[in-house]
Design a protein around this ligand. Structure first.
Ligand SMILES: Cc1cc2nc3c(=O)[nH]c(=O)nc-3n(C[C@H](O)[C@H](O)[C@H](O)COP(=O)(O)OP(=O)(O)OC[C@H]3O[C@@H](n4cnc5c(N)ncnc54)[C@H](O)[C@@H]3O)c2cc1C
Length: 415
């Protein structure tokens, strides 16, 4: 094996695969070093339409289409007796009207296998343990499948290690996330009785005064991912006695009983706590971070994989420029660019939990035009500055919620 590569990528999740595909397309030699054997389980199964733009641009759609994943055309939110459906075909921004709900083991494996087929060097069961980064040369040390220590060098490193957070840990880049610590508990269940419409829309239902919510994300093999997100104490309680409370909750949840009352859980519920993370800096001499190794907000709007893919693609584009010897404005073209999209989602996540978005979603007032623009955000088009719900995200959501509340209280007074 050639020990020297143009770029070493740590992690073979979506962020790593997309970055590898871009660099390979531009003619650079790439090694992807992945800790686990693939296919491997990871949570995060509902994609957003915008990720299709990146997959398409890099010629990665065919390998995904071949997998016959469940098509996703929208998302339906519920709260008490209220229902609010977003269909991506009704969104404001031009772009994809659908995407997929995927078992990540299969999705991630399909991507990295395609990248490997194109000539990228991929090593599984290889855990990166040390990294030296500088302007001149990068050195990556890892333990291979046989437990031997190996060393690779490169001109640049991309950290796409997700929850492993390799460079944030090694270089002390972690920063506490500003949000309330939350967790999730989840499993997969059999789901033979669902309708076609239920299969194509993911189900999100708020409960406990909007501090918690349940998801159902159907897959094409008539199984479904189910989970609950909430504050850490609630998730711990649902996880006790091998997830007994969680299982009962899923089986008896109003609106889902016809599907899940007698369902079989395909693996014991797993939990993940305090998953929100943030970062001091996104790049440094000879390295850049992308995907979940940077920032992870919250799963409510299924933004994780789309942000991982967008950041992996953007990071790789800039690394290509750097390797060509061109000056790169990392701050403007990476940090500010990524933070713009992340901050749009941050507004929507915060507005979900503080009640502003539920006010907008579940109002009886006509919200058709707003819904189109919000739908674009929910489809992942968070860089479309033509959309007022993107451009003015920091004020428009709270202002609209206030107006709706005032109108509703006037209607109540009039009655
Ligand atoms: C409860 C919950 C629900 C979620 N639901 C959704 C959803 O519906 N839709 C969505 O889009 N996102 C969702 N997410 C987010 C999603 O899981 C992540 O955003 C996404 O997996 C990030 O992809 P990535 O490529 O950055 O990292 P990952 O997919 O985590 O891949 C990183 C890879 O790096 C490898 N690695 C780690 N350490 C090392 C090391 N030392 N050496 C070598 N390799 C290493 C890992 O083994 C892994 O394969 C959810 C997250 C949570 C917590």
């Amino acid at each position: 094996m050639n020990q020297k590569f143009d770029v070493i990528i740590i992690g073979a999740g979506p962020a790593g695969s997309i970055a590898a595909a871009k660099l390979d397309k531009e003619g650079y030699s790439v090694a992807v070093i992945e800790k686990l054997e693939f296919p491997r389980f990871v949570i995060g199964e509902s994609l957003l339409p915008h990720c299709m733009d990146h997959l398409d641009e890099l010629g990665l759609l065919d390998c995904i289409v071949e997998q016959k994943f469940q098509v996703k055309t929208g998302v339906t939110f519920y709260h008490n007796e209220e229902r609010c459906e977003f269909l991506f075909k009704n969104k404001f921004t031009n772009g994809w009207d659908y995407t997929y709900q995927v078992k990540r083991a299969d999705f991630d494996f399909a991507l990295i296998k395609e990248v490997e087929k194109r000539g990228v060097y991929v090593e599984f069961n290889a855990e990166v343990t040390a990294v030296e980064a500088s302007k001149e040369k990068q050195v990556v040390t890892y333990l291979n499948k046989a437990g031997e220590e190996k060393v690779l060098t490169s001109r640049f490193i991309i950290d796409a290690s997700g929850y492993g957070r390799v460079l944030p840990r090694l270089f002390n880049l972690d920063k506490p996330a500003p949000s309330i610590p939350r967790g999730a508990i989840f499993s997969h269940v059999k789901d033979e009785n669902r309708t076609t419409q239920a299969a194509e829309n993911i189900f999100v239902h708020a409960f406990n005064d909007n501090t918690a919510w349940i998801w159902a994300i159907p897959f094409s093999d008539k199984t479904t991912s189910v989970g609950v997100v909430g504050q850490v104490d609630l998730i711990k309680e649902y996880g006790e006695n091998e997830g007994e409370k969680f299982k009962n909750f899923i089986r008896n949840f109003p609106g889902l009983t016809s599907r899940f009352q007698d369902t079989e859980f395909l693996f014991e519920p797993r939990d993940i706590l305090n998953y929100s993370v943030s970062i001091e800096k996104f790049y440094g001499d000879g390295f850049i971070l992308c995907g979940n190794s940077t920032e992870f907000l919250d799963p409510i709007f299924s933004s994780g994989v789309t942000l991982a893919i967008s950041s992996g693609h953007q990071a790789a584009k800039l690394v290509c420029e750097h390797l060509k010897g061109n000056e790169v404005n990392w701050e403007r073209d990476y940090v500010e660019h990524m933070n713009f999209g992340i901050n749009v989602f941050r507004t929507y996540v915060n507005s979900w939990y503080n009640g502003d978005l539920p006010t907008i979603f579940f109002t009886k007032q006509d919200n058709t035009d707003f819904k189109k623009q919000i739908c674009s955000v929910l489809a992942g088009y968070v860089w479309d500055k033509e959309n007022p719900f993107v451009k003015k995200h920091s004020t428009i959501v709270s202002t609209l919620a206030k107006v709706i509340r005032i109108n509703e209280s006037e209607v109540n007074l009039a009655e």
